[in-house]
Design a protein around this ligand. Structure first.
Ligand code: 7MF
Ligand code: ZN
Length: 883
């Protein structure tokens, strides 16, 4: 291994920092090769620390020029530098430490610390990137006031940005110039940022609720200046929303956003200077899809909301990551729900959670929302920390109700402003503001695994009594066995034969005519409802009130009844998904037995009814008509049969589309784009439904009239949403026009990397025999680069995660390809390599032959000597008790 034996970091070993850093002053002398960083900082012993050993300041890859304490240069025997950083044997109680280091942003392909992207300099410090810039106590509970001075060539880097408010700026000799920035808010170094480049910006003025004026700017490379408006609109909406819903105002004179092309993640909330992956800023109707527009709105809001939940109040240590991430995801989800359609947003979020987070929670990488140990923190920016973490906040909001939740949040902001705190501190505010005892609820933070609720019901007609028996089971996960029962908010309704909600009462709570919130606390509980006139249809876990799985023996009649009538929009959709799942799994079983696959008439009827539902939003109808993903369905099989699942999905699509062809065509025609392009919720819903219908129709492969629709929709070039919907269906086909259309698209968009990413993805996800060979060929395309994370995700990531049939090919070719690419990427960018390697984590779910191929691929990674990032993923995946 490159790193000596990777060591686990444990929550139980947390100790307060030995020293505190009150102020730091940085000067950057930016150069094309060899950038000098001068640092001056004030350190004092932390009264809360008992540490007496030598002081370690983190630092990696720093070429130290000189070091001084209180202005006195240190001799080489007065300090020690190793892999971890700079050790000072016996520093004074208080001192000024100054130093100069040389770093090489031009050679930084890991995109952590200070690096170059295109023609600019930029930074990414979360979680532990600051130590690649200069010596520091690189941990979130050390918060300092930063002063920054940047010096660079004036021609090539006219724009110089850092955190906080701007200060002096001016000319220097040799065609250079400088700018100074002061951030008055103490912050951990992971929120430090610097940008230097030849950028253009758009600008807006925002007046806060209390009347202060803030200048908002979005900076991009000059050719992208016409793609920033949507991001700016989203920012202004997010700022207003946080004032209205949480009473939180922005707290600096300027707010800058910069878009960069080479970025490991979505974006970063650096104080006053958010840095974004350009994918989450740049959009124009002809270059970006509705999903892209919505992604931008959500990510801009997410990063802005971090200003309070993350920056003003930050994490004590990285085990508390969900304190800021779960909470901020919850906030951005609620914002997006308010901006668009609430039930639709909930469906999208739950779908992500169920297909991806549930899989993580059931695999070798399963970990609690607050993990207990890690080898590489970058591997714990997971769906569990983010999405399950958001569900854990959502459950508390639900248990408290809106008024008390707001009071608890006010208390949190009041009590912990300016501090680095824990999830326990957060929950304590929820308890104090509500009087609820949440000690059992905290299991959600500490135990991994998705709880299963086994539900049985019975109806006694003579007593007019309906009984629900619920047994909860929290599965074992690596290193965690025999878990205690959780406190679970379980919202239900009971429908009568007409589909109306039966008014319910249980203990102190009643259903208000709608749903009843039951609070489960025991391993097994029985709920009895009296005066129920007829056997009701249960609507369980309404609105997905907890991140659990439900095990209940649904009949087809019950699901059809819920699909048609449930007053809870989410559960109406979910009933349809459960029905589709049951049908598809039955079809897979039929196929395995060599029988022919059958699609029940009732399902076709229900889909037809949904198609013509005049009450429902168009986007919701589209969701009802969306087939559950192979990845989700596989979770319900003892051994995942990818080919069977694919065959069943295709057969079901063809059967339904054949039966409903005329209806689908008619609705498609009605929904065709007529007037001007708009991106409001209604227009998005309309396009989504139209393109879903096109997808069903396209399953009629030999239908020339349908194929002509695809060609026409592509040819109209009305907007990128419609173009991509048509293009991906064309790319999936075996028609001769396929190659011409793909070539046409590449010609049009050769100079737009983010659009070319879409072109890479549709080809990587096409279900065709030669897809892997195509992917290999595309890696040589001039628009592809292994050094750019977006390109890697668009091509390799799309094949590995978005093409189950190709990736899980029985001959192991997909797995071998993955191992090869992980090994090629690892020396360049270990974070991206490790993310890719996760695709093999759940290899135990497949048949024996595939298992052997997968193990071989994982072993190959480990024995090649990889980064600790990849090592942690591959070694945990192979561990004995992993699943
Ligand atoms: C919306 O969380 C939701 C999640 C860390 C980097 C952005 O603000 C962030 C950063 C990762 C994974 C997902 C997201 C982010 C990161 C993200 C972005 C927008 N603090 Br890693
Ligand atoms: Zn975040």
């Amino acid at each position: 291994m490159k790193d000596s034996t990777p060591r686990a970091i444990r929550l139980a070993d947390y100790r307060p920092p030995p020293y505190l850093i009150d102020r730091v002053s940085l000067r950057f002398d930016l150069r094309e090769t060899g950038t000098r960083v001068f640092s001056f900082m004030h350190l004092r012993r932390n009264p809360a620390s008992e540490a007496t050993e030598s002081l370690l300041l983190h630092g990696e890859g720093l070429d130290l020029q000189w070091l001084a304490i209180d202005g006195m240069r240190l001799d080489e025997d007065e300090y020690r530098v190793d892999d971890e950083g700079l050790h000072l044997p016996a520093p004074p109680e208080q001192f000024e430490l100054s130093s100069e280091v040389i770093i090489a942003p031009e050679a930084n392909t890991a995109l952590e610390g200070l690096y170059r992207s295109g023609g600019m300099f930029c930074t990414q410090c979360e979680a532990e990137g600051f130590r690649r810039i200069t010596w520091f106590l690189d941990r979130p509970d050390v918060m300092a006031v930063f002063d920054v001075r940047i010096e660079a060539d004036r021609e090539r880097y006219p724009v110089l940005l850092s955190n906080g408010n701007p200060g002096a700026a001016g000319e220097l000799p040799d065609g250079r110039h400088f700018a100074e920035w002061h951030d008055p808010h103490p912050k951990p170094c992971y929120l430090f940022a610097l940008v230097a480049g030849d950028l253009k910006h758009i600008e807006e003025r925002f007046t806060t609720a209390s009347g202060r004026e803030v200048v908002l700017r979005i900076h991009v490379e000059p050719h992208n200046i016409d793609k920033c408006e949507h991001a700016m609109r989203s920012l202004v909406a997010a700022m207003r929303w946080d004032e209205e819903h949480y009473g939180r105002e922005y707290d600096l004179e300027v707010f800058n956003i910069v878009a960069v092309d080479d970025f490991n993640m979505g974006a970063m909330e650096n104080k006053g200077l958010n840095i974004f992956n350009s994918k989450y800023v740049l959009a124009r109707p002809d270059t970006a899809t509705d999903t892209d527009f919505q992604g931008i709105e959500g990510v801009v809001a997410h990063e802005y909301f971090h200003n309070w939940t993350g920056n003003r109040i930050t994490c004590r240590d990285w085990f508390q990551l969900s304190l800021k991430e779960g909470l901020t995801v919850y906030r951005d989800q609620e914002f997006s729900a308010d901006m668009g359609s609430r039930p639709l947003k909930r469906i999208e979020d739950v779908r992500l959670l169920r297909t991806h987070q549930f899989a993580e929670d059931a695999g070798p990488m399963a970990h609690p929302v607050r993990p207990q140990s890690y080898i590489e923190i970058n591997n714990f920016y997971t769906l569990t920390v983010y999405e399950k973490g958001a569900e854990v906040v959502r459950m508390q909001a639900r248990l408290l109700g809106p008024k008390r939740f707001r009071a608890a949040m006010d208390r949190y902001f009041e009590r912990f402003d300016g501090q680095a705190v824990t999830t326990d501190d957060f929950v304590a505010c929820m308890e104090a503001a509500s009087g609820h005892d949440l000690s059992q609820f905290k299991h959600w933070y500490d135990y991994a695994g998705t709880p299963v609720l086994h539900v049985q019901d019975s109806y006694d007609a003579r007593k007019r009594r309906y009984t629900l028996k619920i047994r909860q089971e929290v599965p074992d996960t690596p290193g965690q066995h025999h878990k205690p029962p959780f406190h679970i908010p379980f919202a239900i309704g009971l429908l009568d034969g007409e589909g109306r909600d039966i008014p319910l009462r249980y203990g102190d709570s009643d259903s208000d005519g709608g749903s009843l919130l039951l609070e489960l606390r025991e391993r097994e509980e029985v709920f009895v409802f009296d005066d129920i006139e007829e056997r009701p249809t249960p609507s369980l876990l309404r609105g997905f009130s907890a991140p659990v799985k439900i095990d209940y023996d649904w009949s087809e009649e019950q699901l059809l009844h819920l699909m048609a009538h449930d007053s809870d929009g989410f559960n109406r959709w979910d009933a349809g998904q459960t029905l589709l799942r049951q049908v598809l799994l039955r079809m897979v079983a039929q196929r395995q037995e060599g029988a022919s696959m059958s699609v029940p008439e009732a399902l076709v009827g229900a889909l037809r009814t949904a198609l013509f539902d005049e009450q429902a939003e168009q986007a919701l109808i589209a969701e009802v008509l969306a087939l559950p993903a192979i990845g989700y369905l596989g979770d319900f099989m003892a051994v995942v049969d990818v080919d069977g699942l694919h065959a069943a999905r295709e057969h079901l699509k063809r059967t339904v589309a054949g039966a409903l062809r005329e209806d689908l065509l008619m609705r498609y025609e009605q929904l065709r784009e007529t007037g001007e392009y708009r991106i409001d919720a209604a227009a998005i819903g309309r396009r989504r439904l139209k393109n879903t219908l096109l997808g069903w129709l396209a399953s009629l492969e030999d239908d020339d009239a349908v194929f002509q629709l695809l060609l026409d929709q592509y040819g109209a070039q009305h907007n990128m949403t419609d173009v991509m919907a048509a293009l991906s269906l064309i790319a999936d086909s075996e028609r001769p026009e396929r190659e011409d259309i793909l070539a046409d698209f590449a010609r049009r968009w050769a100079n737009e990397p983010l659009v070319m990413d879409k072109w890479f993805s549709v080809q990587a996800m096409a279900v065709r025999p030669d897809t892997l060979a195509q992917v290999r060929t595309l890696m040589d395309h001039p628009a592809f680069a292994l050094t750019n994370p977006n390109r890697v995700r668009a091509l390799i990531g799309a094949f590995v995660n978005g093409n189950p049939v190709g990736f899980h090919a029985a001959d192991g070719s997909g797995y071998a390809f993955l191992a090869e690419q992980v090994l090629a990427l690892d020396p360049l960018n270990p974070q991206i390599a490790a993310r890719l390697a996760r695709a093999l984590a759940r290899w135990r779910r497949y048949d024996e032959q595939r298992q052997l191929h997968a193990q071989e691929a994982l072993r190959r990674m480990i024995s090649a000597g990889v980064s600790k990032d990849v090592y942690e993923i591959a070694s945990r995946s192979l561990q004995e008790d992993a699943e």
